[in-house]
Design a binder for this molecule. Structure first.
Ligand SMILES: NC(=O)c1ccc[n+]([C@@H]2O[C@H](COP(=O)([O-])OP(=O)(O)OC[C@H]3O[C@@H](n4cnc5c(N)ncnc54)[C@H](O)[C@@H]3O)[C@@H](O)[C@H]2O)c1
Ligand SMILES: N[C@H](CO)Cc1c[nH]c[nH+]1
Ligand SMILES: [Zn+2]
Length: 438
């Protein structure tokens, strides 16, 4: 594009998953498929440096997690779960089946039913994300999934971090397993002696977790690819560079592979934000990760005008899109490629991440071109059905038979013609005209 200037451009902007990661994950998945629990124990030892006797988390561990938290800590987690539940219950109200008579005697419809079982992956390698269980377990239960199992990696003491475990339990997981990364995805896809295999696996994770989901797709369903965090701030000259920098860093701290992007119509905002970033790195306890993410993947784009900035934002198809312009709502209809959009100075990504009720499990790696984030619909199947009366069949049969004739699908044609009335006069004029000749 000629009307944009990159003040900072990522050196390697490829979003392809590395071949080495693909191979490593293939080996892990084969191991889990062939060797079940034995592989889970070995791989947990190898990647997490932990030995556990049981993969499944015991009632006692869950109780200990409850007790390890203060009342305020539990209340904060309960609040997130409740907000996420309310938002997704509302979502469910907007998902409907129907049945309608499209022509006389031709009744067509659809029913929306939950999958029988789902597996929620809850990331916890770098930071045990405490809001994450709400995002993948609560919508499953709201959708009506009978059996929801959940996996999270062990912390140094050999079990799931207490706040995360409490959240997994409160969110409604039926069984909880302490296993992380690609091996967790493999266990839920193929089932092992301890881990119940499921119909669909959901939830975000690091590049190994994401690649594992990609590889098990087909054997089980998956939601979409939800990898390392991405944020794009779309700012005009009214944006506050201090806030812009703060919000970019809030996603950069997730992962060295996180992608923080600024697209602005103001060169001043672009330059001041870069200065602010330098000033703010030092105050972060997560400085190392945030700096690596910014240095390697951060980008600053100055666009000539707001329409161009909007086009650039759509091209990125970013996970989190934060719009910090004078009238953010004016741009809403023109923005269509993003996982979730945050409008105005008072709506930072962190609210969606942690507490407001929308889902933080969102598409990365440009997947927002064809998918949104987790919704109740992630756990639902839309199943169609049809029932025709004799009159309805008489209307449709000649049309179906004509298509069969064109294809040479003779058995299909006979199946359609078997529904033709014996008395041709019962066919409409049009149907009589096109009816295949004997
Ligand atoms: N897109 C989204 O919706 C979304 C939501 C939340 C979090 N996230 C992302 O999830 C990620 C969480 O990362 P994480 O590392 O904490 O989580 P994780 O829980 O996905 O992975 C941890 C596991 O990775 C495995 N692992 C580590 N190094 C490995 C190696 N070299 N080979 C094979 N396996 C290895 C270990 O078994 C470990 O248990 C972050 O990037 C965050 O941005 C994305
Ligand atoms: N940022 C959220 C938790 O703080 C989760 C997330 C979404 N994408 C990447 N990470
Ligand atoms: Zn976050």
């Amino acid at each position: 594009m000629s009307d944009v200037t990159y003040l900072k451009e990522a050196e390697d902007a490829s979003l392809e998953i590395d071949q080495e990661v693909t191979e490593a994950v293939r080996e892990i998945l084969d191991d889990v498929r062939e060797n079940g629990d034995d592989a889970l124990h070995r791989l947990t030892q190898k990647f997490d440096d932990i030995e556990r006797e049981e993969i499944q988390v015991s009632e006692e561990e869950i109780e200990q997690a409850h007790e390890a938290l203060t009342e305020d800590e539990r209340a904060a987690i309960d609040n997130t779960i409740e907000n996420v539940r309310e938002f997704h219950e509302e979502q469910l109200q907007h998902v409907e089946g129907f049945e309608k008579e499209f022509e006389e005697g031709v009744n067509l419809g659809q029913r929306v039913v939950p999958v029988e079982s789902a597996g929620a992956y809850v990331p916890g390698g770098r930071h045990p994300l405490v809001a994450a269980p709400a995002m993948s377990i609560v919508p499953a239960k709201v959708a009506g999934v009978e059996e929801v199992v959940a996996c999270a990696p062990p912390q140094e003491n050999g079990t799931i971090q207490p706040a995360q475990l409490y959240a997994m339990d409160q969110a409604g997981a039926d069984r909880i397993y302490c296993v992380g990364g690609a091996q967790a995805i493999g266990s839920m896809a193929y089932g092992t002696e301890s881990v119940t295999g499921v119909d669909k696996i959901v939830g975000p994770g690091n590049i190994f977790t994401v690649e594992a989901k990609r590889q098990v797709f087909g054997h089980v369903g998956i939601d979409f690819l939800a990898g390392p965090s991405e944020v794009l701030v779309l700012a005009d000259e009214t944006a506050d560079p201090e806030l812009v920098a703060t919000d970019l860093l809030a996603q950069a701290e997730h992962d060295p592979m996180a992608r923080p992007i600024l697209v602005t119509t103001s060169r001043d905002v672009a330059e001041e934000t870069q200065e602010e970033l330098e000033a703010q790195f030092g105050r972060l306890r997560t400085e190392d990760t945030a700096r690596e993410s910014w240095d390697n993947n951060g980008e600053v784009v100055v666009a000539d005008d707001v329409d161009t900035a909007v086009d650039v934002a759509n091209d990125y198809a970013i996970e989190h899109l934060q719009v910090m312009t004078e009238n953010p709502r004016d741009l809403m209809d023109d923005l269509y490629n993003y996982g979730s959009m945050f409008l105005g100075d008072h709506s930072p990504v962190v609210f969606g991440d942690k507490a407001v009720g929308t889902n933080h499990s969102l598409p990365t790696l440009e997947v927002a071109r064809y998918s949104g984030g987790i919704t109740v619909g992630t756990y639902l199947k839309t199943l169609t059905h049809q029932q025709l009366t004799a009159e309805g069949a008489a209307t449709i049969a000649p049309w179906a038979a004509k298509i069969c004739e064109l294809e040479g699908t003779h058995a299909h044609q006979l199946s359609a013609e078997a529904r033709l009335p014996d008395d041709e006069s019962e066919l409409s004029e049009e149907a009589q005209r096109i009816k295949p000749s004997d």
